[in-house]
Ligand binder design. Structure first.
Ligand code: HEC
Ligand code: HEC
Ligand code: HEC
Ligand code: HEC
Ligand code: HEC
Length: 396
């Protein structure tokens, strides 16, 4: 849900009548949340747009108002979000490498849609731009026919998927982890040079392409499920997600799935999480195995590296040191101490765990791949812990 906006120099107030109901939506959302902050009257003015502007009001046809209203309430338009504000204090604006996915202007520059040569922009991009209309509605977008993934894969794309796949692919891949640990033959020896490898966020396209996309760390000798083709009417990003509101309508799912909500959907007749419960949605099997993997990661740190680890999802780089095992993150100079006792085995499991859990839609984007990555990571850690996989009753 969008945050209330303050009218400041960062915003311009337009008098575009067709936007009035979009803002009406955010105002009532504030009321129902009961958290209306202290704001001056002006804030509730209906026509507040980001200054970097998603569009020029005079160019917008009145028929666009539904699209605008839906987009305006979506995460793509939320110019107060960390994903668009992270660079506020940086001199010059959004770092070029980051701007590709964190602003429409950076995206256009990257693909050369703005007349520039394709590639990472040469200079920082002004903060304040969001995923604006011109990101997807761009007459040159059709010239983008393949997208490079962090694994090195060049994936052919058509239409707007060129956009979704550029930004929702994550920033690292299994090969990033492989390279980091390649020269370290002892899988259980902590190495002070190793750092957590973060897949980044909202990595839907990476999950979706599965083993073919190579986002996960693939264990030797294992086969991985490829792209999740699903079924014809739900085989592209925008066949499930409304491109403006980004929401997934549930009714179309019900033509094929008998369930009360997406969370309850299940086709698999076996239980993957050892619960034996085939009445729950496949999402629950994935969530349970992810929770199990995180606890096995904790046990491995305690027993094998000897330096307890704590995960804190709200704070980069997410994995921290708890050397005295008191359950609290160690602090040095007033800052939390990042985990620095990674072994190759621990790093690859933690990477896979973060990749699967970075995509809340993994259960719909590629459930078999998510389950395989979790299973293999648990199995790999179980060896040095002397755990018997058979006791867990998991399925791969
Ligand atoms: C390949 C595209 C891509 C690139 C490149 C990229 N990001 Fe992101 N980033 C995303 C997406 C997509 C999200 C949205 C996740 C969400 O909030 O749902 C995101 C979210 C974030 C967030 C918000 C996380 C949160 O907790 O809400 C931060 C901070 C961030 N990125 C920093 C960076 C930085 C710094 C760089 C450059 C060094 C960068 N990103 C490069 C795609 C990218
Ligand atoms: C993330 C990509 C994306 C963004 C951002 C986006 N659109 Fe769209 N838009 C699409 C796609 C894809 C379609 C085609 C939908 C279809 O074929 O069903 C579309 C369709 C439309 C349509 C046709 C009617 C409809 O709703 O299907 C209008 C009008 C429109 N967009 C206007 C806008 C405006 C105005 C903005 C900015 C406020 C915007 N769009 C932002 C992807 C996007
Ligand atoms: C220019 C980069 C970019 C493009 C192109 C893009 N996205 Fe996004 N997307 C983002 C960022 C950044 C966020 C997070 C925004 C935020 O935190 O407010 C996001 C958020 C989302 C979310 C909601 C995630 C959440 O945390 O609520 C969905 C769903 C989504 N995008 C789907 C799509 C689809 C489908 C397409 C293609 C039609 C697409 N995106 C195109 C960058 C992009
Ligand atoms: C089969 C339908 C389907 C397809 C195809 C699909 N998604 Fe999703 N997606 C979902 C569902 C269901 C969720 C979970 C939504 C929820 O829990 O709110 C989701 C979640 C997401 C999220 C996270 C939203 C959040 O709340 O953080 C993003 C981002 C996303 N999808 C982007 C994409 C992109 C990009 C593509 C194409 C590569 C895609 N999706 C293809 C159904 C689909
Ligand atoms: C045209 C029929 C059809 C529609 C519509 C459809 N699905 Fe599916 N779905 C399938 C089929 C077939 C499978 C099994 C695919 C496979 O395993 O390769 C499946 C599998 C799944 C799974 C994995 C279940 C499991 O136990 O592994 C999930 C989750 C899912 N679909 C979610 C959705 C969502 C969410 C929607 C609506 C946005 C949707 N589906 C729409 C046919 C459909």
């Amino acid at each position: 849900m969008r945050c209330p906006k303050a009218v400041s120099s960062a915003f311009v107030v337009t008098t575009l009548a067709i936007l009035s109901f979009a803002a009406g939506g955010s105002a009532s959302a504030q009321d129902s949340a009961g958290t209306v902050p202290e704001v001056d009257e002006e804030v509730l003015l209906p026509y507040v747009l980001p200054e970097a502007g998603p569009f020029h009001p005079e160019d917008i046809e009145i028929e666009n108002s539904d699209a605008i209203a839906a987009w305006y309430r979506s995460a793509h338009a939320d110019d107060a979000a960390e994903a668009f504000r992270h660079w506020d204090e940086d001199e010059g604006g959004i770092r070029p490498a980051c701007s590709v996915c964190h602003s429409g202007a950076g995206f256009r520059s990257f693909h050369g849609l703005d007349g520039s040569a394709p590639g990472i922009p040469e200079t920082p991009i002004e903060v304040g731009g969001v995923v604006d209309c011109g990101t997807c509605h761009n007459q040159n977008l059709g010239t983008v026919t393949e997208i490079a993934f962090p694994s090195g894969l060049m994936h052919p794309v058509e239409g707007v998927e060129a956009a979704c796949m550029t930004c929702h692919q994550g920033r690292t891949a299994g090969v990033t982890v492989e390279e980091a640990i390649a020269a370290l033959p002892d899988l259980d020896a902590p190495n002070a040079e190793l750092r957590f490898v973060n897949p980044h966020y909202a990595t839907a396209a990476a999950s979706w392409l599965g083993g073919y996309g190579g986002a996960g760390y693939h264990y030797e000798g294992r086969d991985y499920y490829g792209r999740f083709f699903h079924a014809a009417p739900v085989s592209t990003c925008v066949s499930c997600h409304d491109p403006h509101s980004l929401e997934v309508a549930f009714e179309p799912c019900q033509t094929c799935h008998l369930a009360d909500s997406p969370d309850e959907i299940r086709i698999a007749r076996q239980s993957y999480d050892g619960s034996g419960n085939t009445g729950q949605g496949i999402r629950t099997d994935i969530a349970n195995n992810a929770a199990l993997l995180l606890s096995v990661i904790g046990r491995y740190a305690d027993e094998v590296t000897g330096v307890p680890i704590i995960y804190d999802g709200g704070s980069y780089p997410y994995f921290f040191t708890d050397a005295n095992g008191d359950g609290a993150v160690d602090q040095a100079d007033g800052r939390p101490v990042a985990y620095a006792s990674w072994t190759p085995r621990l790093l690859r499991a933690a990477y896979n765990w973060k990749l699967v859990t970075s995509d809340p839609g993994a259960f719909a984007h590629n459930p078999p791949y998510a389950l395989q990555l979790l299973y293999d990571s648990i199995e790999d850690l179980s060896g040095p812990l002397g755990m018997d996989m058979a006791d867990l009753h998991l399925l791969r």
